[in-house]
Design a protein around this ligand. Structure first.
Ligand SMILES: C[S@@+](CC[C@H](N)C(=O)[O-])C[C@H]1O[C@@H](n2cnc3c(N)ncnc32)[C@H](O)[C@@H]1O
Length: 397
């Protein structure tokens, strides 16, 4: 028998004993019997065998796959408490690794279910699903409660793709249109007429070649339209992305010069261009830059230039004196070279958007020697998972 002290950063209950034990799906204050399912030198992994005292924050889980799938970690916890968990997690990481103590503002997801506009499935021996965490064992699924309805509808008809072994990704937009991206060695035998009659399929891309329709579609966020190619990054949660647009607008100064590093299809730079006098967007994926150039036209922005290349190198080539840098890197954060080039430019303001608080803390530890952290937000971009988006507003000391 044990009592759970708190949650770890992956949403597992922790028992502090001689050796630390992580218990899947256990919540703080719960009294449990448990069984150890894995032992390692530093910690044990356990599962509940008997839930003796239930937390008042425990809720019924709506997803039938939750305890097997591993995609979500927090569906058994009240939504408001998942936000507290994420806030404490980011506070703890920033404090421990960067000695930052700051009041964190929380941005809720107005649609904590059915928000994802992108979902990737494995098809193995004709069955579709997700791999269990850290394994190649398939958990068969017929829907995902995090995905938007148009994705769940096409999953119901996945048998019409007649795939035996494949990776399949569905992307959808504001208009319930679909882009379907398939990687497979199978012989293709897709029932196109049935699928295209029943679903708004804009394009099917197989092994990076167009099989049907287009390889891009239009997404709409906060009344702005953005072209997105099948392999361009786009935030997976349109509701929370709208709120990030608002933070960017608030923190870009009128008539300033802005650099949007890791700009994807140009969204944040285009939002910034509304107030700035000039914006430079830098992105490494060619299709994303092609989209960004179209998006500049669609959004009637004459004051933005996009450049294809590695942000850490291209930023050094911009001649204008940059006032604000928007930094929105992939999970691994900023390289040494990117950090030192940003510090060489010393813009007045930084807006750092991160999907990994660990690499964010590592980078802020260096940036805070020259910048004060004015505001930190966590945005619940990935509801019911342990992932969290953090937005930091920094200002030159
Ligand atoms: C987290 S996404 C942000 C995209 C965009 N800011 C948005 O909100 O949609 C990170 C982007 O960085 C791009 N990227 C990755 N490594 C890069 C690099 N070294 N230089 C420039 N862009 C890079 C990725 O292709 C991706 O589009």
């Amino acid at each position: 028998m044990a009592i759970i002290n708190k949650l770890d950063h992956f949403g597992r209950g922790i028992i502090f004993d001689e050796k630390i034990t992580f218990v899947n799906y256990a919540l703080p204050s719960e009294e449990i019997d448990y069984q150890i399912i894995k032992k390692s030198k530093k910690y044990n992994l356990a599962q509940i065998t008997n839930l003796k005292t239930k937390s008042a924050d425990r809720v019924d889980v709506p997803c039938p796959y939750f305890f097997k799938c591993g995609g979500c970690a927090l569906e058994h916890l009240k939504y408001s408490k998942t936000l507290e968990f994420k806030k404490e997690k980011v506070e703890e990481i920033l404090n421990k690794y960067a000695k930052i103590q700051s009041n964190i503002n929380v941005i809720e997801n107005p649609h904590p279910y059915n928000y994802r506009n992108k979902l990737s499935l494995k098809i193995k021996n004709g069955k579709q699903g997700f791999y269990e965490t850290k394994s190649h064992k398939l958990v068969e699924i017929t829907q995902c409660l995090l995905a938007q309805e148009s994705i769940n509808q096409i999953i119901k008809d996945i048998s019409y793709f007649h795939l035996k072994n494949a990776d399949i990704t569905f992307r959808t937009n504001y208009n319930n249109e679909l882009l379907i991206i398939i990687q497979t060695a199978d012989k293709i035998n897709i029932d196109l007429s049935y699928l295209t009659q029943k679903h708004k399929i804009v394009g099917i891309i197989i092994n990076d070649a167009i099989f049907y329709g287009e390889d891009k579609f239009i997404e709409k966020i906060a009344n702005r339209l953005f072209q997105v190619s099948y392999n361009s990054f786009f935030q997976i949660n349109p509701y929370v992305t709208t709120k990030i647009f608002e933070i960017v607008t608030e923190n870009v100064q009128k008539d300033s010069i802005v650099a949007d590093l890791y700009c994807g299809v140009g969204t944040l730079g285009i939002v910034a261009a509304q107030k700035a006098c000039q914006v430079y967007g830098i992105e490494i994926v060619p299709n994303a830059i092609k989209n960004a150039l179209i998006n500049k036209k669609i959004n009637k922005c004459s004051n933005i230039d996009f450049c294809l290349g590695d942000a850490k190198e291209v930023i050094d080539k911009i001649k204008a004196k940059i006032d604000t840098i928007i930094i929105d890197p992939p999970r691994n954060g900023l390289s040494q070279e990117a950090l030192s080039n940003i510090l060489k430019i010393t813009p007045k303001d930084l807006i750092y958007i991160s999907c990994d608080p660990m690499t964010l803390a590592r980078d802020l530890k260096i940036l805070k020697e020259r910048y004060i952290i004015k505001k930190i937000y966590i945005a619940d971009m990935f509801s019911y998972t342990y992932h969290v988006e953090t937005v930091c507003i920094l200002s030159l000391i």
